[in-house]
Design a protein around this ligand. Structure first.
Ligand code: HEC
Length: 372
């Protein structure tokens, strides 16, 4: 096993001052990964050109809704405009809400534009409070087993680590058996984000674990979400990755809390056979074809169904694990997997099913989901 001791590299210069807390702040130097810079770059390259086309006509003027005035530049004006951008939270951001509202005087975003804006706002550091997201530092994953030390990413995290198996794909890198192990203080993780850095390319965040909030009890380990993620832009030889956490701190479930288990399992699904039998076909038909199986990069990054039609054990385990991430295991019927396509949904998801389609879609998937 290769031991990548990254925590200790945690921004050598910053550690002394801030215990790594400030990893997202702007004070970083050189080529340290900096999510604020990532958010800015995605804004300049993708979001602003779209807004210029769709929204600027009415929003560059010198008035109360002139949030696109270049004063001194559009980014600064937008970030300072009240309630326009709530970093990390698209639903609290007026840009996203108005852009999807039929009651607003301007046009609505297309589904693609809405998704672009949503995904971007998720990487904008929260404003107002000092940004707290912490990053492991970049590393080249070894083919096979990897261990990433998390102990230096915060206080009382001694013994905390991430482990995973990396398998190179013709295009991309397949991460499986992704587990978090806690030291004596337990571990609380929220929104781990894998970012791929390749020379000459934009950093590529793979947001499979959006919404994940997980506790691992002291000295235990547990799969992170469904335990798999595909780094689509990774290329053997010249890329690095890093893992960002919105929250990483000691934590444990309360007495009788019944939180995430004590791990040791293989990661991913309990009932893969049930997945293949009941859930596979409706997922392949409604979700896989054009979007989540790879037709649409943003969709695939959010939920990767590229293995849905791969009937090998590994293929079904991967598709199942990816799908399990989209379940609410306390109330399966309320899973995000269903909510996004519910008739009349207002989440901005590009596909909405009609009632009959929805019933045919959800019932067999629910049969499996309730066994997870
Ligand atoms: C045809 C003119 C027009 C266009 C184009 C337009 N808007 Fe608007 N927008 C308005 C007006 C007028 C208001 C004031 C409130 C209202 O009428 O909804 C507004 C208000 C807003 C607000 C609220 C600002 C605040 O301070 O509360 C947001 C956010 C917004 N628009 C976003 C957008 C987005 C995103 C686009 C592009 C998809 C867009 N607008 C395109 C006319 C426009």
């Amino acid at each position: 096993m290769r031991n990548v001791v990254l925590g200790s590299l945690c921004f050598a210069g910053l550690v002394a001052a801030s215990g790594c807390d400030g990893a997202f702040s702007s004070g970083q130097s050189g080529d340290e990964p900096d999510p604020a810079a990532l958010a800015r770059r995605r804004f300049d390259e993708d979001v602003l050109p779209m807004l210029n086309q769709a929204c600027a006509a009415c929003h560059v003027s010198e008035n109360a809704v002139g949030f696109m005035r270049p004063n001194p530049d559009v980014w600064t004006t937008m970030m300072g405009h009240p309630n326009l951008i709530a970093g990390g939270n698209a639903n609290d951001s007026r840009l996203y809400a108005y852009g999807r509202s039929p009651n607003h005087s301007g046009p609505e975003f297309s589904p693609e534009q809405a998704e672009l804006v949503r995904a971007w706002i998720e990487v904008v550091p929260e404003t107002g409070t000092p940004p707290k997201t912490v990053e492991t530092g970049r590393f080249v994953p070894a083919t096979g087993e990897n261990t990433v030390d998390l102990s230096k990413l915060g206080d009382k995290l001694d013994g905390a680590k991430l482990t995973f198996t990396a398998t190179p794909l013709a295009s991309g890198m397949y991460v499986t058996e992704l587990k978090a192990t806690a030291g004596s203080g337990g571990l609380h993780l929220a929104h781990p984000l894998f970012v791929t850095y390749c020379p000459g390319a934009k950093p590529d965040p793979v947001d499979s674990f959006y919404g994940l909030d997980q506790v691992v009890n002291p000295m235990a380990s547990a799969p992170v979400g469904g335990g798999t993620v595909v780094l689509v832009d990774y290329r053997q030889g010249n890329c690095e990755i890093a893992v960002l956490f919105k929250v990483i701190e000691p934590g444990m479930t309360g007495p009788g809390g019944g939180g995430p288990g004590d791990g040791g399992g293989s990661g991913g699904c309990v009932n893969i056979a049930g997945f293949t039998q009941s859930a596979r076909a409706p997922l392949a038909n409604q979700c896989g074809n054009n979007c989540h199986a790879g037709g649409q990069a943003t969709a695939k990054n959010a939920w990767d169904l590229s293995a849905i039609n791969d009937l090998s054990a590994a293929g079904q385990a991967a598709a199942c694990a990816q799908t399990r991430n989209k379940l609410n295991l306390n109330n399966e019927a309320q899973s995000i997997l269903f909510q996004r396509v519910l008739p009349g949904q207002q989440t901005g998801h590009p596909l909405t099913l009609q009632q009959a389609q929805y019933d045919a879609f959800s019932a067999p998937i629910l049969t499996w989901a309730q066994t997870e």
